[in-house]
Write a protein that binds this ligand. Structure first.
Ligand SMILES: [Zn+2]
Length: 337
Protein backbone atom coordinates (compact mmCIF):
# COMPACT_ATOMS: atom_id res chain seq x y z
CA UNK A 1 0.00 0.00 0.00
CA UNK A 2 1.50 3.35 -0.97
CA UNK A 3 1.74 6.11 1.63
CA UNK A 4 0.12 9.48 1.12
CA UNK A 5 2.42 12.49 0.49
CA UNK A 6 4.12 13.91 3.59
CA UNK A 7 2.24 16.74 5.34
CA UNK A 8 5.65 18.41 5.77
CA UNK A 9 6.59 21.17 3.31
CA UNK A 10 9.99 22.82 2.88
CA UNK A 11 10.39 26.59 2.55
CA UNK A 12 13.69 26.08 0.71
CA UNK A 13 14.26 25.12 -2.94
CA UNK A 14 16.60 22.12 -2.96
CA UNK A 15 17.62 22.78 -6.57
CA UNK A 16 18.47 26.50 -6.38
CA UNK A 17 22.10 27.62 -6.33
CA UNK A 18 23.28 29.58 -3.29
CA UNK A 19 22.65 29.50 0.46
CA UNK A 20 19.09 29.25 1.76
CA UNK A 21 17.97 29.19 5.39
CA UNK A 22 14.42 28.02 5.93
CA UNK A 23 12.20 25.46 7.60
CA UNK A 24 10.58 22.10 7.25
CA UNK A 25 7.00 22.90 8.30
CA UNK A 26 4.71 20.27 9.78
CA UNK A 27 1.09 21.43 10.33
CA UNK A 28 -0.22 20.89 13.86
CA UNK A 29 -3.38 21.96 15.65
CA UNK A 30 -3.36 22.14 19.42
CA UNK A 31 -4.39 24.32 22.38
CA UNK A 32 -1.47 26.70 21.86
CA UNK A 33 -1.88 27.07 18.10
CA UNK A 34 -5.04 26.10 16.23
CA UNK A 35 -3.49 26.47 12.78
CA UNK A 36 0.15 26.04 13.74
CA UNK A 37 3.24 24.29 12.53
CA UNK A 38 6.29 22.52 13.93
CA UNK A 39 9.20 24.48 12.45
CA UNK A 40 12.42 22.52 11.82
CA UNK A 41 15.32 24.76 10.73
CA UNK A 42 17.08 23.68 7.54
CA UNK A 43 19.92 25.15 5.49
CA UNK A 44 20.61 24.17 1.89
CA UNK A 45 23.87 25.17 0.20
CA UNK A 46 24.06 24.42 -3.54
CA UNK A 47 26.78 25.13 -6.06
CA UNK A 48 26.41 23.46 -9.45
CA UNK A 49 26.38 19.73 -9.90
CA UNK A 50 28.05 17.22 -7.63
CA UNK A 51 27.24 14.89 -4.76
CA UNK A 52 24.67 15.68 -2.06
CA UNK A 53 25.52 15.40 1.62
CA UNK A 54 22.89 15.45 4.37
CA UNK A 55 24.25 16.55 7.77
CA UNK A 56 21.95 15.95 10.73
CA UNK A 57 22.05 16.71 14.45
CA UNK A 58 19.43 16.76 17.18
CA UNK A 59 17.99 13.40 16.19
CA UNK A 60 17.97 13.27 19.97
CA UNK A 61 17.25 16.73 21.35
CA UNK A 62 19.81 16.81 24.20
CA UNK A 63 22.92 15.93 22.16
CA UNK A 64 24.52 19.34 21.84
CA UNK A 65 27.89 18.64 20.20
CA UNK A 66 26.27 17.93 16.82
CA UNK A 67 23.56 20.56 17.19
CA UNK A 68 26.12 23.27 17.95
CA UNK A 69 28.59 22.22 15.25
CA UNK A 70 25.86 22.20 12.59
CA UNK A 71 24.28 25.51 13.63
CA UNK A 72 27.76 27.04 13.34
CA UNK A 73 28.37 25.42 9.95
CA UNK A 74 24.94 26.50 8.62
CA UNK A 75 25.72 30.08 9.63
CA UNK A 76 29.09 30.15 7.88
CA UNK A 77 29.19 27.74 4.91
CA UNK A 78 29.65 29.68 1.66
CA UNK A 79 28.16 28.37 -1.59
CA UNK A 80 31.34 29.11 -3.54
CA UNK A 81 33.25 26.66 -1.30
CA UNK A 82 30.82 23.79 -2.11
CA UNK A 83 30.74 21.50 -5.14
CA UNK A 84 27.29 19.94 -5.22
CA UNK A 85 24.78 20.26 -2.41
CA UNK A 86 24.98 20.28 1.40
CA UNK A 87 21.71 19.96 3.33
CA UNK A 88 22.04 20.81 7.04
CA UNK A 89 19.38 19.98 9.63
CA UNK A 90 20.91 20.72 13.06
CA UNK A 91 17.79 19.72 15.01
CA UNK A 92 15.95 16.89 13.28
CA UNK A 93 13.63 16.46 16.25
CA UNK A 94 13.15 20.20 16.78
CA UNK A 95 10.43 19.89 19.47
CA UNK A 96 12.77 17.65 21.52
CA UNK A 97 15.72 20.02 21.00
CA UNK A 98 13.70 23.07 21.99
CA UNK A 99 12.69 21.26 25.19
CA UNK A 100 16.28 20.11 25.87
CA UNK A 101 15.12 16.51 25.92
CA UNK A 102 16.05 13.29 24.16
CA UNK A 103 12.45 12.69 23.11
CA UNK A 104 9.66 14.92 21.88
CA UNK A 105 7.42 16.58 24.48
CA UNK A 106 4.63 16.52 21.84
CA UNK A 107 4.23 12.76 21.67
CA UNK A 108 7.04 11.21 23.72
CA UNK A 109 8.60 10.12 20.45
CA UNK A 110 12.23 9.01 20.20
CA UNK A 111 12.97 9.99 16.58
CA UNK A 112 15.75 7.44 16.21
CA UNK A 113 13.31 4.69 17.15
CA UNK A 114 10.61 5.97 14.76
CA UNK A 115 11.99 5.13 11.30
CA UNK A 116 10.99 4.58 8.57
CA UNK A 117 8.13 6.72 9.90
CA UNK A 118 4.52 7.29 8.91
CA UNK A 119 2.83 10.31 7.25
CA UNK A 120 -0.32 9.50 9.26
CA UNK A 121 1.51 8.83 12.53
CA UNK A 122 2.56 10.98 15.48
CA UNK A 123 4.54 14.20 15.00
CA UNK A 124 7.79 12.28 15.50
CA UNK A 125 6.77 9.55 13.04
CA UNK A 126 5.80 12.21 10.49
CA UNK A 127 9.27 13.80 10.81
CA UNK A 128 10.91 10.39 10.34
CA UNK A 129 8.79 9.69 7.26
CA UNK A 130 9.83 13.00 5.65
CA UNK A 131 13.50 12.15 6.05
CA UNK A 132 13.01 8.61 4.74
CA UNK A 133 10.98 9.49 1.65
CA UNK A 134 12.09 13.03 0.75
CA UNK A 135 15.53 13.98 2.10
CA UNK A 136 17.45 10.69 2.11
CA UNK A 137 16.59 9.92 -1.55
CA UNK A 138 18.20 13.26 -2.54
CA UNK A 139 21.49 12.31 -0.87
CA UNK A 140 24.60 10.32 -1.58
CA UNK A 141 26.13 10.51 1.89
CA UNK A 142 24.60 11.13 5.33
CA UNK A 143 26.37 12.15 8.55
CA UNK A 144 24.21 11.85 11.68
CA UNK A 145 25.80 13.48 14.75
CA UNK A 146 24.88 11.96 18.09
CA UNK A 147 26.38 12.03 21.55
CA UNK A 148 25.40 10.65 24.92
CA UNK A 149 22.86 13.30 25.87
CA UNK A 150 22.00 13.85 29.49
CA UNK A 151 22.31 10.22 30.62
CA UNK A 152 25.49 8.98 28.91
CA UNK A 153 29.05 10.14 28.38
CA UNK A 154 30.78 8.65 25.33
CA UNK A 155 34.33 8.66 23.98
CA UNK A 156 34.23 10.79 20.81
CA UNK A 157 34.06 8.44 17.83
CA UNK A 158 32.70 8.05 14.31
CA UNK A 159 31.20 4.73 13.34
CA UNK A 160 29.85 2.68 10.51
CA UNK A 161 28.05 -0.65 10.43
CA UNK A 162 28.70 -4.10 9.01
CA UNK A 163 26.51 -4.29 5.88
CA UNK A 164 25.59 -6.99 3.37
CA UNK A 165 26.79 -4.74 0.54
CA UNK A 166 30.56 -4.76 1.13
CA UNK A 167 31.24 -1.82 -1.20
CA UNK A 168 28.72 0.29 0.71
CA UNK A 169 30.28 -0.91 3.99
CA UNK A 170 33.79 0.04 2.81
CA UNK A 171 32.76 3.50 1.64
CA UNK A 172 31.04 4.24 4.96
CA UNK A 173 33.99 2.94 6.97
CA UNK A 174 36.38 5.16 5.01
CA UNK A 175 34.15 8.13 5.86
CA UNK A 176 34.06 7.20 9.55
CA UNK A 177 37.87 7.03 9.63
CA UNK A 178 38.24 10.27 7.64
CA UNK A 179 35.97 12.06 10.16
CA UNK A 180 39.11 12.03 12.29
CA UNK A 181 37.66 11.53 15.77
CA UNK A 182 40.12 10.07 18.31
CA UNK A 183 38.34 6.72 17.90
CA UNK A 184 36.71 4.97 14.93
CA UNK A 185 34.32 2.09 15.41
CA UNK A 186 32.50 -0.72 13.71
CA UNK A 187 29.30 -0.44 15.70
CA UNK A 188 26.88 -3.07 16.93
CA UNK A 189 23.36 -1.78 17.57
CA UNK A 190 21.20 -3.35 20.28
CA UNK A 191 18.18 -3.00 17.98
CA UNK A 192 18.69 -1.54 14.49
CA UNK A 193 15.19 -1.96 13.08
CA UNK A 194 13.80 1.55 13.63
CA UNK A 195 17.01 3.60 13.40
CA UNK A 196 17.65 6.45 10.94
CA UNK A 197 20.86 4.51 10.15
CA UNK A 198 18.85 1.61 8.78
CA UNK A 199 16.47 3.87 6.82
CA UNK A 200 19.50 5.42 5.08
CA UNK A 201 21.53 2.23 4.56
CA UNK A 202 18.53 0.34 3.15
CA UNK A 203 18.37 2.95 0.35
CA UNK A 204 21.97 2.10 -0.56
CA UNK A 205 23.31 5.43 0.73
CA UNK A 206 26.56 5.95 2.62
CA UNK A 207 25.90 6.49 6.33
CA UNK A 208 28.30 7.60 9.05
CA UNK A 209 27.18 8.11 12.65
CA UNK A 210 29.05 9.67 15.54
CA UNK A 211 28.96 9.79 19.30
CA UNK A 212 30.85 12.88 20.44
CA UNK A 213 30.63 13.19 24.22
CA UNK A 214 27.50 13.71 26.29
CA UNK A 215 26.21 14.81 29.64
CA UNK A 216 23.83 17.26 28.00
CA UNK A 217 26.48 19.90 27.31
CA UNK A 218 29.52 20.63 25.14
CA UNK A 219 33.19 21.17 25.94
CA UNK A 220 35.66 23.12 23.76
CA UNK A 221 37.62 19.94 23.04
CA UNK A 222 34.61 17.89 21.95
CA UNK A 223 33.09 20.70 19.92
CA UNK A 224 36.42 21.06 18.11
CA UNK A 225 36.34 17.33 17.30
CA UNK A 226 32.77 17.69 15.98
CA UNK A 227 33.55 20.72 13.82
CA UNK A 228 36.77 19.25 12.44
CA UNK A 229 34.97 15.97 11.74
CA UNK A 230 32.12 17.58 9.78
CA UNK A 231 34.67 19.44 7.65
CA UNK A 232 36.71 16.26 7.12
CA UNK A 233 33.53 14.42 6.11
CA UNK A 234 32.72 17.04 3.46
CA UNK A 235 36.32 16.98 2.17
CA UNK A 236 36.43 13.17 2.06
CA UNK A 237 33.26 12.91 -0.03
CA UNK A 238 34.41 15.75 -2.34
CA UNK A 239 31.85 18.42 -1.34
CA UNK A 240 34.47 20.95 -0.29
CA UNK A 241 38.16 21.35 -1.06
CA UNK A 242 40.79 21.04 1.60
CA UNK A 243 43.19 18.76 3.37
CA UNK A 244 41.95 16.21 5.90
CA UNK A 245 42.91 17.18 9.44
CA UNK A 246 44.03 14.20 11.48
CA UNK A 247 43.62 13.77 15.24
CA UNK A 248 46.73 14.68 17.24
CA UNK A 249 47.16 11.10 18.55
CA UNK A 250 47.00 8.01 16.30
CA UNK A 251 43.37 6.98 15.84
CA UNK A 252 42.22 4.03 17.98
CA UNK A 253 40.09 1.41 16.18
CA UNK A 254 37.47 -0.40 18.21
CA UNK A 255 34.89 -3.03 17.42
CA UNK A 256 31.65 -3.84 19.22
CA UNK A 257 31.01 -7.37 18.01
CA UNK A 258 27.99 -8.26 20.15
CA UNK A 259 25.73 -7.44 23.09
CA UNK A 260 28.35 -8.50 25.68
CA UNK A 261 29.88 -5.02 25.19
CA UNK A 262 26.99 -3.54 27.17
CA UNK A 263 26.91 -3.70 31.00
CA UNK A 264 23.42 -2.94 32.29
CA UNK A 265 22.33 -2.41 35.85
CA UNK A 266 20.16 -4.94 37.66
CA UNK A 267 19.94 -2.68 40.72
CA UNK A 268 18.83 0.80 41.69
CA UNK A 269 21.14 3.04 43.66
CA UNK A 270 24.23 5.19 43.76
CA UNK A 271 26.71 4.44 40.97
CA UNK A 272 30.49 4.46 41.45
CA UNK A 273 32.47 3.91 38.25
CA UNK A 274 35.97 2.64 39.14
CA UNK A 275 37.59 3.78 35.91
CA UNK A 276 37.43 6.78 33.62
CA UNK A 277 36.05 7.04 30.13
CA UNK A 278 38.65 5.85 27.59
CA UNK A 279 40.60 3.69 30.09
CA UNK A 280 41.54 0.07 29.39
CA UNK A 281 39.76 -2.71 31.23
CA UNK A 282 40.44 -6.45 31.70
CA UNK A 283 37.73 -9.10 31.57
CA UNK A 284 36.53 -9.82 35.12
CA UNK A 285 37.74 -6.47 36.49
CA UNK A 286 35.37 -4.60 38.80
CA UNK A 287 34.20 -1.59 36.80
CA UNK A 288 31.37 -0.27 38.95
CA UNK A 289 29.73 -0.53 42.33
CA UNK A 290 26.09 0.26 43.06
CA UNK A 291 25.28 1.32 46.64
CA UNK A 292 21.92 1.03 48.34
CA UNK A 293 20.80 4.60 49.00
CA UNK A 294 18.06 3.63 51.44
CA UNK A 295 20.48 2.53 54.21
CA UNK A 296 24.10 2.48 55.29
CA UNK A 297 25.97 -0.66 56.31
CA UNK A 298 25.14 -2.85 53.31
CA UNK A 299 27.83 -3.92 50.86
CA UNK A 300 27.61 -2.52 47.31
CA UNK A 301 26.81 -4.72 44.33
CA UNK A 302 29.86 -5.08 42.09
CA UNK A 303 29.73 -5.07 38.31
CA UNK A 304 32.54 -6.70 36.36
CA UNK A 305 33.64 -6.37 32.76
CA UNK A 306 32.27 -9.14 30.51
CA UNK A 307 35.22 -8.61 28.16
CA UNK A 308 38.55 -6.82 27.86
CA UNK A 309 38.78 -3.55 25.99
CA UNK A 310 38.22 0.17 26.32
CA UNK A 311 35.53 1.89 28.36
CA UNK A 312 33.88 3.80 25.49
CA UNK A 313 30.65 4.86 27.20
CA UNK A 314 29.40 5.28 30.74
CA UNK A 315 26.25 6.35 32.49
CA UNK A 316 26.54 10.07 33.24
CA UNK A 317 24.23 10.69 36.24
CA UNK A 318 25.47 9.23 39.52
CA UNK A 319 22.13 7.61 40.26
CA UNK A 320 21.31 4.42 38.40
CA UNK A 321 18.10 2.46 37.91
CA UNK A 322 17.45 -1.11 36.88
CA UNK A 323 18.10 -1.62 33.18
CA UNK A 324 20.28 1.47 32.71
CA UNK A 325 23.46 0.98 30.71
CA UNK A 326 26.32 1.50 33.19
CA UNK A 327 29.19 0.95 30.79
CA UNK A 328 30.05 -0.06 27.25
CA UNK A 329 33.33 -1.89 26.64
CA UNK A 330 34.63 -2.07 23.08
CA UNK A 331 37.40 -4.28 21.76
CA UNK A 332 40.56 -2.59 20.47
CA UNK A 333 41.46 -3.93 17.01
CA UNK A 334 44.29 -3.33 14.52
CA UNK A 335 41.96 -2.62 11.62
CA UNK A 336 38.25 -2.28 10.90
CA UNK A 337 36.07 -4.07 8.35
ZN1 LIG B 1 21.49 10.12 19.94
Amino acid sequence: MSKRPSPISATVDFEADGVQHGFLKLPISNDESAWGAVMIPITVVVNGTGPTALLTGGNHGDEYEGITALVKLANTLDAKDVQGRVIIVPMMNAPAAMAGRRTSPMDGGNLNRSFPGDPDGTVTEQIADYFTRYLVPKCDVVLDLHSGGRTLDIVPFAASHALDNKDQQRQALEGAIAFGAPTAMMMFELDAAKLFDTAVESQGKIFVATELGGGGTTTPERLAIAERGVKNFLIHYCLIDGKLESPSEPQVYVDMPDASCYVQSEHTGLLELTLALGESVEKGQVIARVYDMTRTGSAPVEYRANRSGLLVARRFPAQVNMGDTIAVIAEVVDSLG
